[in-house]
Ligand binder design. Structure first.
Ligand SMILES: NC(=O)c1ccc[n+]([C@@H]2O[C@H](COP(=O)([O-])OP(=O)(O)OC[C@H]3O[C@@H](n4cnc5c(N)ncnc54)[C@H](OP(=O)(O)O)[C@@H]3O)[C@@H](O)[C@H]2O)c1
Length: 373
């Protein structure tokens, strides 16, 4: 095959390999895993850093299965339906290398791939698209789920998923962005958030929630962040207009105190669970609710009269439009948004990194780095 290579690529690499659904013991660290073969449309990336996300946890544990109705805990589930344990509802094949939020350098390009990427520091759009219908919602996969991801020294991906990034940010800082910030920007697009909107953001201490605060501010919206007390000082650095506790007893009164009104035009929710109906009750007439997560639990209670009598709109948001990733890289390059890097762990310590991620004492994103320890 006609390929261009800029460095001697070894035959084997380090990789953290998921061997099946279950607990942390399903991860195996290998120092002699085969470096993946590259297809003609693909590039080979030497991974510098890779961010963690709940999808790593949910996929490992089987939380996406319809058999599971509880909050994300990181525990494994023995009663999952073997047919639907992943985000897309299809079984996963193992072994699998997870890790969606990649920052790396292109060290080799396939014969039909964009040769100008060679040698560039890049980030990757996590959505694996059908390039004959790239905005289609069906034939689609996710990096680290339907193909191997970045918890390894090298990975391959279609060159159309990859963009060079011109930034002074570190590899680890850049590895905080892809999943959380594309998810957040997609939520704001779908909810048509614009200047003047009042946007209530749950889980604002987390990856997506913090991204929502920054990206909604960027649009000129008025942002109200919800976060645990212990994390509020750090969330304040993201500059929401004000911060509320995770689940105030009287949300309308708390809004009235700070906003001068007891409703908002938009709720963007990545938490769900028991507080859902309280969030819906503070939407103004014609208000919009958008969700891409349910970390506090997927089963919620909805009074349909509230939905129709108040002319509310609900948006489920997962697969992003093609423009979202290049838009995000533009915001990063122009310094319009900042990374919130909570900590880094070496690849070999991914299990410790994921334990800290599940513990949720942190604000922002956790990243593993590939420097040999
Ligand atoms: N659909 C998609 O494509 C997509 C993409 C990315 C993420 N997601 C989903 O979106 C959700 C948030 O993701 P993320 O990356 O922002 O998560 P994260 O970094 O883990 O943050 C979640 C935040 O939610 C808050 N929270 C409130 N109730 C909670 C509870 N019962 N258990 C745990 N945390 C709780 C926590 O903040 P406080 O302690 O301050 O309350 C935490 O910081 C997850 O469910 C994830 O799977 C979906």
């Amino acid at each position: 095959m006609n390929t261009e290579v800029i460095e001697n690529v070894p035959k084997t690499m380090r990789a953290m390999v998921l061997t099946g659904h279950g607990g942390m013991d399903r991860y195996e660290f290998h120092s002699d895993w085969p470096v993946p073969d590259m297809g003609p449309d693909q590039v080979l990336i030497k991974v510098h850093a890779c961010g963690l996300n709940n999808t790593d946890v949910n996929t490992r544990s089987g939380w996406y299965s319809k058999a599971v109705s509880e909050a994300t805990t990181g525990d494994s589930y023995t009663d999952i339906d073997k047919d639907d344990p992943t985000w897309g509802g299809a079984p996963l094949t193992f072994p699998r290398i997870q890790g969606a939020d990649i920052c790396g350098s292109v060290v080799s390009v396939g014969a039909d791939a964009d040769a100008t990427l060679l040698g560039k520091r890049v980030m990757a759009d996590c959505w694996l698209r059908d390039w004959s219908d790239p905005e289609g919602l069906n034939a689609i996969g996710y990096v680290g789920s339907e193909c191997d991801g970045g918890f390894a020294d090298y990975m391959v991906i279609d060159h159309r998923n990859v963009m060079a990034i011109d930034s002074t940010l570190t590899h680890a800082q850049l590895a905080t962005f892809s999943c959380s910030y594309t998810t957040a920007e997609n939520l704001l697009n779908r909810a048509a958030v614009r200047a003047g909107d009042t946007v209530l953001i749950t889980g604002a201490s987390g990856g997506v929630g913090g991204a929502l605060v920054q990206l909604a501010n960027r649009r000129g919206a008025r942002t109200i962040a919800m976060a645990s007390q212990s994390k509020q000082a750090q969330v304040a650095l993201l500059k929401p207009e004000f911060i509320l506790d995770r689940s105030p007893g009287n949300l309308g009164a708390a809004l009235m105190e700070h906003l001068g009104q007891d409703t908002v035009s938009v709720v963007v929710d990545v938490v769900g669970g028991p507080y859902f109906s309280t969030l819906i009750n503070v939407l103004e007439r014609g208000g919009r609710y958008a969700t891409s997560g349910a970390i506090a639990g997927p089963m919620v209670s909805l009074d349909l009269r509230t939905l129709y009598l108040r002319d509310l709109s609900f948006q489920g948001c997962t697969i992003t439009s093609l423009n979202v990733f290049p838009d995000l890289l533009g915001y990063i390059e122009r310094g319009e948004i900042s990374p919130v890097l909570a900590g880094t762990w070496p690849l070999e310590e991914l299990v410790a990194a994921q334990s800290a991620f599940i513990e949720k004492a942190h604000v922002g994103n956790i990243v593993v780095t590939m420097e040999a320890s």
